[in-house]
Write a protein that binds this ligand. Structure first.
Ligand code: B12
Length: 406
């Protein structure tokens, strides 16, 4: 029977558009189940209802996917492109994190992994049993990548890939082919804590530990209801995801640029959307502009809610008018409520009459509560530094050293 060398695999993966590839066995990840369960119990995954202990245990054994699994081919697609900058046009704009600028990466990676699968079947001249995984609840992508030596865990919990930093989206093919595994890499953060220090909400509560409920990425993408009021002033103009803990990293800031068309934005709304447009967009406009993109996950309600917070954080007194229009007319109570907060964040005194008028005519109990709270305890003025995120006790939850650190 024909065998597959790592070098040949990497050449085929390259041909399929997968720039980075590494291999590990399909053996279980017992230490990962332990870490995930502890993280859940400590409340670090709160808000992600699907992230259950059962899911954690399932994802720790790739043979749960198919019993004939022999190897995991961990793949990475880099996407760092430094040339795209926000226009200098005085329009208050939101920021979308870089991974979401192009086509939905799930589709991009899946299509390329299917291409690799076809190439492998042709190469070995047999049917290959395979599962294609990107971002599923069925395997921990970063754990597979770290054990395969595709990259190493950074203190920001990202997998950093030599030459590309953490600007790499991950996926796996779990296959019934025996391939010689690659060796894990050593973590190389040293004493650097730049990512932990830069996080405005204090979500990185210690090295390798993210407290999801405070992460701007979670707040802007996954959270469906109101954003906790104390976190809003810390979110700047992020409207979908956040890249701060990657941008500050010395390794990722030295990343090699790539010009992958699937990660290119096609219009300004895909990377730096005008905040007033996000606040006024219709459901049809939202679906049309973000069709086939990861941004759809936030839904129109989430994106408009985030835009209200962002405009509160970066807007000018002239933007009170658009926020007042939103407070009066937006069809979604979630957005009206955040607009009330945003007006007071720009200028609490100037906003007061409009907020009082809104309280008189508003029928929705949630919006009424937001307005009342905003009148009673306005957000910190913009000329004051927002309160520094509360310090949290730091505890490293890994008892057994992950393979990557050995
Ligand atoms: C849930 C999830 C989120 C949640 C929670 C994030 C989190 N840290 O868990 C939220 C919504 C906040 C999120 C945000 C982001 N995500 Co996300 N997310 C996931 C998802 C679906 C599961 C991650 C998971 O299992 N977390 C559980 C926790 C406990 O795992 P962990 O934090 O990785 O912890 C590990 C290490 O810290 C390590 N460890 C623990 N202690 C120690 C100690 C030492 C010494 C060492 C070396 C290691 C170590 O072991 C742990 C177990 O693996 C994966 C896809 C997947 N199915 O795997 C994508 C994924 C992790 N996300 C990804 C991305 C790109 C992001 C964002 C950058 C998006 C953005 N720009 O906004 C941010 C980054 C935030 C951050 N710093 O993590 C990529 C990461 C790619 C990479 N190169 O690492 C993934 C892999 C998706 C993909 N297919 O590419 N995400």
């Amino acid at each position: 029977m024909k065998t597959l060398t790592r070098d040949r695999l990497k050449a085929l993966a390259h041909e399929a558009g997968l720039a980075i590839t590494a291999v590990t066995t399909a053996d279980a990840f017992p230490e990962i189940a332990e870490v995930l369960v502890e993280r859940i119990r400590e409340g670090h995954m709160t808000g992600l209802d699907w992230f259950t202990e059962d899911r954690a245990r399932f994802s720790a054994d790739p043979r749960n996917l198919h019993p004939t699994a022999r190897s995991i081919i961990s793949v990475g697609v880099p996407y760092w492109q430094p040339d795209i900058q926000p226009p200098q046009d005085d329009v208050p704009r939101g920021r979308i994190s870089r991974y979401a600028w192009g086509r939905d990466y799930h589709k991009t990676l899946r299509a390329r992994m299917e291409r690799l699968h076809a190439l492998l079947e042709a190469e070995l001249n047999r049917r290959i049993e395979a599962r294609f995984l990107v971002d599923t609840a069925r395997i921990v992508d970063r754990a597979a990548a770290a054990r395969a030596g595709l990259g190493w865990y950074g203190k920001n919990t990202m997998v950093l890939v030599p030459g590309y930093g953490s600007w790499v989206m991950l996926g796996e093919l779990v296959v019934d082919v025996e391939i010689e595994p690659d060796a894990p890499l050593r973590p190389r953060c040293g004493r650097c804590t730049a990512c932990i220090d830069v996080c405005p909400t204090g979500a990185l509560v210690g090295p390798y530990t993210l407290h999801t409920p405070r992460c701007i990425s979670f707040l802007t993408i996954e959270l469906r209801g109101p954003i906790p009021r104390e976190l809003r002033p810390l979110m700047d103009n992020w409207v979908f995801g956040c890249d701060l803990c990657q941008e500050i990293c010395p390794y990722t800031s030295a990343a090699r640029p790539v010009a992958d068309p699937d990660f290119q934005p096609e219009r300004i709304e895909h990377c730096f959307p005008a905040l007033d447009w996000l606040l006024r967009m219709t459901e049809e406009e939202f679906r049309e502009v973000y069709r086939g993109r990861a941004v759809l996950r936030a839904k129109r309600s989430g994106l408009a809610r985030n835009a209200a917070v962002a405009l509160g954080n970066v807007g000018r007194p002239a933007d009170l008018a658009v926020l007042e229009e939103v407070l009066t007319r937006h069809d979604l109570p979630l957005v009206r409520g955040h607009a009330a907060w945003a007006m007071a964040r720009i200028n609490a005194d100037a906003a007061r009459p409009a907020l009082q008028a809104a309280l008189e005519r508003e029928a929705d109990p949630y919006v009424r509560e937001e307005i009342r709270q905003t009148l009673d305890a306005p957000p910190p003025p913009r000329n004051q530094r927002p309160p520094v995120a509360a310090a949290r006790p730091v505890r490293l939850l890994v008892r057994r050293t992950p393979a990557a650190a050995r």
